[in-house]
Design a protein around this ligand. Structure first.
Ligand SMILES: [Zn+2]
Length: 81
């Protein structure tokens, strides 16, 4: 099995991502939990959409976001106006 975000093998115990992208996703999920604690409910996809413009997110994280968002519903509802 290949990682969903790159061509590395998936990590042991993970069925979707390699070690690096799996760690990036774990960091994202921690961030997501902290966000919902602080600001209230937000969907996973909307959370990812909000991160996209943030330049400080690392490239591993950006690659995971790209994969996760492809599986989601897109960002049409988030203020691009
Ligand atoms: Zn990967």
């Amino acid at each position: 099995m290949k990682c969903a975000a790159c061509s590395r093998k998936v990590a042991q115990g993970d069925n979707r991502y390699c070690h690096y992208h799996s760690q990036a996703l774990a960091g994202l999920k921690q961030h997501y939990i902290a966000w919902t604690d602080a600001y209230g409910t937000i969907s996973w996809n909307d959370f990812l959409c909000r991160l996209v413009p943030l330049n400080e997110t690392g490239s591993w994280v950006n690659e995971v976001i790209a994969v996760e968002m492809d599986a989601g519903v897109g960002c049409a509802r988030i203020g691009k106006r």
